[in-house]
Design a protein around this ligand. Structure first.
Ligand code: AMP
Length: 214
């Protein structure tokens, strides 16, 4: 089965994708993670993407479409995948349909994570990530035992550059203008299912598992 997790930044797509990936043995493809890794490694892709990401803007369509096209050809994704953070524009969605068509695949279901904007802002401004092991925290809802230090590996906790209030507001604006129209795009294909992303993580996971079945 091939899924798309759609929703604003901070809606919980990445967290749920990782949980669903473990249970159903399908692979998550997060364009945000791929781009952040490229920025960290200072590859030519990373250098191109960094400016856009730091400003909360979308990386140009042709760049992300290229990444996805390459990934989807890999045997790693033959048993199914979750696209997390892609597509983010109508053009990306159209290109995805074309690429999948060529590969004789399709998107089976699209889960739209709906979350109130106030909650999104609190989730994003409070988010911290361990530099060592990648463990996620939130200083409001799930703080580490010791300020700024990972409970698991003792690593330093960092705030993503694009998780500052100013950039978050820009990211939400971009979401409303460029990504939200995808809900209608997939509604027309009869593929959208809405997830109440305001709930606790466990409840969201249970809702998803109930929809996906065993
Ligand atoms: P995320 O971690 O999914 O919130 O993505 C972080 C940033 O990476 C976004 O704010 C964009 O700058 C960039 N990005 C991730 N996915 C895409 C995409 N599908 N299209 C364009 N830019 C993207």
């Amino acid at each position: 089965m091939n899924f798309i997790f759609l929703g604003a930044p901070g809606a919980g797509k990445g967290t749920q994708a990782k949980l669903i990936m473990k249970k159903y043995h399908i692979t998550q493809i997060s364009t945000g993670d791929i781009l952040r890794e490229a920025v960290q490694e200072k590859t030519s892709l990373g250098l191109k993407a960094r400016e856009y990401m730091n400003k909360g803007l979308l990386v140009p369509d042709e760049v992300v479409i290229g990444i996805i096209e390459e990934r989807l050809k890999s045997p790693l994704y033959q048993t199914g995948f979750i696209l997390d953070g892609f597509p983010r524009t109508i053009r990306q969605a159209q290109s995805l349909d074309e690429v999948l068509d060529k590969l004789d695949k399709c998107i089976d279901r699209v889960f739209d994570f709906e979350v109130d904007e106030e909650a999104l802002i609190k989730r994003l401004t409070g988010r911290r990530v361990c530099k060592g092991c990648g463990q996620m925290y939130n200083i409001y809802f799930n703080p580490p035992s010791q300020d700024g230090i990972c409970n698991i590996c003792g690593g330093e906790l960092l705030q993503r550059k694009d998780d500052t209030l100013e950039t978050i507001k820009e990211r939400l604006k971009v979401y409303r203008a460029q990504t939200a129209p995808l809900i209608e795009y997939y509604q027309k294909q009869g593929k959208i299912e809405t997830i109440d992303g305001n709930q606790e993580q466990d409840r969201i996971y249970d809702q998803l598992c109930a929809l996906l079945g065993s």
